[in-house]
Design a protein around this ligand. Structure first.
Ligand code: SF4
Length: 474
């Protein structure tokens, strides 16, 4: 069989030395050679050693078609994934050839151990399908094209004995978090077959940095939503620490992350919101999200429309005034509806959120019909009982087997009273750490102990009673 590999070369940390004096790009090249495959390097970077494409999937496939004349199967590698497992790749290739598959992939592993394998006929088909499509090439582009019409391909799937989806990481050097994580796994000689054992020995490898940070600017709210703990706890505090300094620290520390302004209260009640907008505009390496009830955004629309790194999530759980009042405890339906229309007209990246619970379920159909024209920007959020409220959930989404909490693995929550927790379940700061006594990095590392306990199936009461451990943000 005439098999070839292509390596897509990125412009991220794949040129930084990561292991034994070599950068990721070099490690990937060496692994491809060791498998015994002739290979071609494609990149959107100008460099005489790479075949240039414009960054889109179609352009990549066209360039492969033009430059690589003869092959039966093609393996797609990425330059920033140095953990490719040679044994797994060989096993995939063997199964692919023996079963005359069109497309072969591995499933139930974290991303980064294996390439995709495509035969020539399917390659030609994808080339045709992608014509006129300007989507940017990323790790899963080939798989996404196959999934458009999956029944017309013979797909071979290689799976591990134990499902490892719960680790839910991409082992790549695409950003600082991925770089640290991948480096530490390389140093521990991690492969697809010993990953679980190595992580069990040292779970904190999976917590190099947070990726999703929530800051509660206000625990005060101008509404009393029926599913929200606000009226039961009434903390009524405003964030009173130096927000600019905090965001600067986060920016330097993580280099790239999501920062969400939400919590138990309404963020636009923070009295210095103009300063928040200025910070958002300056920190272009951070993707900001504001989760709001949408009552107070009118005066900020002109400024918000200029911001590219911002997403608004507006909570509206009804399609008419009366139902809205029943749910939100306020008469603000018209204001919020008008503000949503303003935000959309001004091209602000806006999502509408509906919390599904016993009290709101009857309004779901009306909500979907009302906002049908932006149906790809609707978030149906599960009910959260915050570990102390009545159980009002309408569907049980929890996986059958419990695994270590994803929020603890990836998230941080900074409350208006300046405590750091993994999540906003921690209303009484039972697992939270006082940030006036520790730096944010020290507090994050201190949570390693709790994460390790999760891997040992030992949970403090708040985690034991929690139904949010499987919620994955971004
Ligand atoms: S299990 Fe629940 S309470 Fe515990 S850290 Fe995760 S989200 Fe928070």
């Amino acid at each position: 069989m005439n098999n070839i590999a292509i390596i897509v070369k990125y412009n991220n940390l794949d040129d930084e030395v990561i292991y034994e004096g070599k950068p990721s790009f070099q490690i990937v090249e060496e692994k491809v050679k060791e498998i015994g495959l002739p290979y071609y390097i494609f990149s959107s970077i100008d460099n005489k050693n790479f075949i240039k494409f414009d960054g889109t999937v179609n352009s990549l496939l066209k360039q492969i078609d033009f430059n690589v004349k003869s092959f039966n199967n093609i393996l797609f590698f990425n330059s920033d994934m140095p953990l490719y497992d040679i044994n797994l790749v060989k096993k995939m290739l063997k199964e692919h050839e023996e079963n005359l598959a069109d497309f072969t992939l591995s499933e139930n592993y974290p991303e980064g151990f294996s390439p995709f394998i495509l035969n020539r006929a399917s390659f030609k088909k994808l080339l045709l399908i992608s014509t006129g499509n300007n989507s940017i090439y990323s790790y899963n582009s080939i798989k996404s094209l196959i999934e458009l019409d999956i029944n017309s391909y013979d797909v071979e799937i290689i799976s591990p004995d134990i499902d490892m989806r719960f680790i839910r990481e991409t082992f790549s050097t695409k950003n600082k978090r991925g770089y640290i994580l991948t480096k530490s796994l390389l140093e521990k000689n991690v492969t697809s077959s010993n990953l679980l054992d190595k992580i069990r020995e040292n779970p904190n490898l999976l917590r190099p940095l947070p990726i999703y940070i929530t800051i509660e600017l206000s625990s005060y709210c101008n509404q009393k939503c029926i599913f929200c703990p606000y009226s039961k706890i009434k903390k009524d505090k405003l964030f009173s620490h130096n927000l600019e300094k905090l965001i600067n620290e986060i920016s330097i520390w993580t280099e790239e992350c999501f920062v969400e302004f939400s919590g138990i209260g309404e963020p636009f009640l923070y009295p210095e919101f103009d300063k928040v907008i200025k910070i958002i505009m300056e920190k272009t390496n951070i993707n900001f999200i504001i989760e709001t009830n949408g009552t107070l955004i009118e005066k900020y629309i002109e400024k918000l429309r200029e911001i590219k790194n911002l997403t608004l999530i507006i909570s509206i759980n009804a399609d008419n005034k009366q139902d809205y009042k029943n749910i939100h405890g306020s008469d603000d339906f018209d204001i919020v509806e008008t503000n949503i229309e303003r935000a959309i007209k001004n091209n602000i990246n806006t999502y509408l959120q509906f919390v599904r619970c016993k009290d709101t379920e009857q309004y779901l159909e009306g909500f979907i019909k009302r906002w049908d024209f932006i149906k790809d920007k609707i978030i149906l959020k599960k009910y959260n009982d915050f570990c102390f409220m009545e159980d009002k959930k309408v569907v049980d989404l929890a996986p059958l087997n419990r695994f270590p909490c994803w929020k603890l693995q990836r998230n941080l929550y900074i409350s208006s009273d300046y405590y750091l927790s993994p999540c906003y379940q921690d209303i009484k700061n039972s697992i939270g750490i006082d940030l006036s006594k520790k730096t944010i990095q020290e507090a994050w590392e201190e949570l390693n102990n709790l994460y390790k306990k999760h891997w040992e199936n030992s949970y403090p009461d708040i985690c034991k009673n929690c139904d949010e451990w499987y919620i994955f943000d971004m």
